[in-house]
Structure formats: structure tokens, C-alpha cells
Design a protein around this ligand. Structure first.
Ligand code: MG
Length: 386
């Protein structure tokens, strides 16, 4: 398959600032479920058996953060993309004869695509992966008026990795040194400008350059999280019964350091669990006098805020309350409404239902009330990174 004469290294361009992403750091460094986009891109490239090594080009203040290792060199980039790739080029080992240039925010790159690009770049000198254009493309002027409609058939969208024989890229930079000119948005353009041939191969739809948060959803990097919570409190005479944040007429109430609201405690644990945070007992310890007699709606509010800070928000919740007495049916809509308000979701996104256990066990005997809760969390991007 691979020509044994090739010694291929990838230059990974990751020195940009990523303003469209709404992130303070460049989007390539934003942590998504414990791993940055750049780390994901590097991991994908490391899974390509045709690559011998990589040079990662990052902003100067990141060079010390990313640790080099055999097969991974880290260098500081420049102002423009062209400057950064040039810095990467200078760090290639002497025996490298084929260079791929890849965007640090294209984690969807596959070994098959890398192989296609390498094969054609080696035979033809320079190669870029492309996609056909499905939308009509128009040229417009500064006033926003259409100047003309382009013929779609010959148009292609260009991806990375772009592949070059080392000598081809060296000549392109030598040409740029002599002729100056603007910074180029891709490396093939520089090769074209230096009058060298560039061949295309088929790109891949999932090889997305992550530009806006919605791209992460497409890549499956922002999957929802599910959490489950369960709680039981003992029923005691002489206490108010608070359940699901609602006060209910009854001859006994739930015992607890707080108001004893088993339903909301189960819901707090579901939220915290889904976000990977410590559970309610560790967040709001019953040894802390601060939480004595506290309304569990306040605990829920706090749990929701912790979850937000971890980069998530609830999109729906579902609770099952297990109690023989009192009858809860008439109170359920009010519970759902109050919970929805705290979670900042539509009331229809909160289900609260009640069941009995047919006289069996501690709920059946009226000794206590149990509650199960499930929540679905979705990324709250702005809250985490805005
Ligand atoms: Mg509890």
C-alpha cells in the first residue's frame, strides 16, 4: 500500500485565536468532556499508521504546556497561518520527505483519508482533499448585492490534511520569500501561487473544521448526559410534609436535617450525578448547620447552579414518588411547575408521577416515602466558556 520511500510528518496548525467560537482561549484549547479539540485531533492523527510524526504549532504561551515526545514536536506559531506552517516546516526532521498540513480543529480526520492524500501527494507533488459544493454559490459586492452566480460544477470545498512533497512546499515558501504577497488561508494556495500543480482527492463529510459550537454536536462530542437519583425519608408525626417542593396536608411529615424532601433530594443527586459532581450528601452535608431546616428547593437551585458551572444544564427531568399515603395525584402538577422553574425548563419537560407499593415494605406500611429521579443534561456552552 504505502510507498516505502515516504517518511511522512504532519504539521498541525493550532496557533489561531478562534474568535467565532465564543471562547476566551483559542477554540482548539477548549475542554470538551475532558479533552481539547487539539488533543482529539492529535489522537486521530496518532491513529494513522502512515504518519511517522507530527509537529504541532501553537501560540507561543502554549509551547511549554504541550509536552513534546518522540514523534511529537511542539513549536511556536506566528501571526498568520502561513508564518505558523513555516515555523512547523522548519522543525521537521531532515529525513522527512512528505509533509501533511492539518488544521488543529479537524478531529474527524481518518487513517483512510490520510492514506489517500499521502499516495497522491507522493505521486503528483501536492494534494488536497475536497468536497463537492451542494449549495449555489454567489459572488457579492461590498454593498451586499449579488454580482454573479458561479457555475457550481467545477467548485470544490477544500479540507485538510493537505499533502506535499517536502521539496514542493520548500519551493513554495522560497517563492513567497521572493514575492511577498498576502497570507494564504491554505497551503495549497501558496503552492498554486508558486506555479506548482495541486491534485485533489475525495475528502470526507465528517472531517469538519470546528468553527461554531453546533459543529461539536455534529461530531457527537456534545452528547447529552443522563443522571439517576434515589432517596428515602422516614415519615414522623408532628412534622410538615414537604414533597417535590410542595407542602401537603398530612398527619405526619418527612424527617430530615433539611425539610426532608426526598423527591428533590433524588433530583439533586440525578443532576449532580449526570454532571459527574459529588452527590448531595457531600455538597450539602447534614453536619453543616447552614443546611438545618433548609428548603430543598434552595438545594435544588444550588445543585442546578453547580451543574451550570460544570458546563451543563437540564433539558428534562422525570420523577417517581413512592408513597402509600397521602394521595399525591392532585399535587403533582404543582411540583412539576416549581421544579421546572428552578431548572429553567418548560413545565412539559418535567414529569412527576406517584405510585404505591401495594401495602408492601416501608412505603406500603407508611413508614417512609421514597423517590426516584432521572435527568437529561445538555451542554450549556455559554455558561461554561462564555
Ligand atoms: Mg435526603
Amino acid at each position: 500500500m504505502r510507498d516505502v520511500k515516504t517518511n511522512t510528518w504532519a504539521i498541525v496548525a493550532a496557533a489561531g485565536s478562534g474568535v467565532r467560537f465564543g471562547a476566551a482561549a483559542g477554540k482548539q484549547f477548549v475542554q470538551i468532556q475532558g479533552m481539547s479539540l487539539l488533543q482529539r485531533t492529535l489522537r486521530s492523527l496518532e491513529g494513522c499508521p502512515d504518519l511517522q510524526g507530527m509537529v504541532v504549532v501553537v501560540p507561543p504561551d502554549r509551547v511549554a504546556v504541550l509536552h513534546g515526545r518522540p514523534g511529537l514536536r511542539v513549536v511556536a506559531g506566528g501571526e498568520r497561518r502561513t508564518d505558523s506552517v513555516r515555523a512547523g516546516f522548519a522543525a521537521l526532521p531532515d529525513d522527512c520527505n512528505l509533509v501533511l498540513v492539518h488544521d488543529g480543529v479537524r478531529p474527524g480526520v481518518t487513517p483512510e483519508l490520510v492514506r489517500r492524500v499521502i499516495e497522491v501527494a507522493w505521486s503528483d507533488g501536492a494534494c488536497v482533499p475536497v468536497l463537492r459544493v451542494n449549495d449555489t454559490v454567489k459572488a457579492v459586492d461590498a454593498a451586499g448585492r449579488v454580482v454573479r452566480t458561479l457555475e457550481r460544477e467545477p467548485l470544490r470545498l477544500v479540507q485538510t490534511p493537505q499533502g506535499f512533497r517536502r521539496e514542493v512546499l520548500r519551493q513554495a515558501y522560497a517563492w513567497a520569500d521572493e514575492n511577498g504577497g498576502p497570507g494564504f488561508t491554505d497551503d495549497a494556495a501558496l503552492v498554486e501561487a508558486s506555479s506548482q500543480r495541486v491534485t485533489v482527492v475525495a475528502g470526507e463529510e465528517e472531517n469538519i473544521k470546528v468553527t461554531v459550537p453546533g459543529d461539536l454536536v455534529r461530531l457527537g462530542l456534545l452528547a447529552p448526559r443522563v443522571g439517576h437519583g434515589y432517596d428515602v425519608h422516614r415519615l414522623e408525626p408532628g412534622r410538615k410534609l414537604i414533597l417535590g417542593g410542595v407542602e401537603i396536608e398530612h398527619d405526619r411529615g418527612l424527617l430530615g436535617h433539611s425539610d426532608g424532601d426526598a423527591a428533590l433530594h433524588a433530583l439533586c443527586d440525578a443532576l449532580l450525578g449526570a454532571a459527574g459532581l459529588p452527590d448531595i450528601g457531600r455538597q450539602f452535608p447534614d453536619t453543616d448547620p447552614k443546611y438545618a431546616g433548609v428548603a430543598s428547593l434552595d438545594l435544588l437551585r444550588e445543585a442546578a447552579a453547580l451543574v451550570r458551572r460544570a458546563g451543563w444544564r437540564a433539558s428534562s427531568a422525570d420523577l417517581t414518588l413512592v408513597a402509600e399515603r397521602p394521595r399525591l395525584a392532585g399535587h403533582l402538577p404543582r411540583m412539576a411547575k416549581g421544579i421546572a422553574k428552578v431548572l429553567e425548563v418548560e413545565p412539559e419537560a418535567v414529569g412527576v408521577k406517584a405510585t404505591t407499593e401495594e401495602g408492601l415494605g416501608f412505603t406500603g406500611q407508611g413508614e417512609g416515602i421514597a423517590a426516584h429521579a432521572m435527568v437529561v443534561l445538555v451542554p450549556a456552552w455559554e455558561a461554561a466558556h462564555g
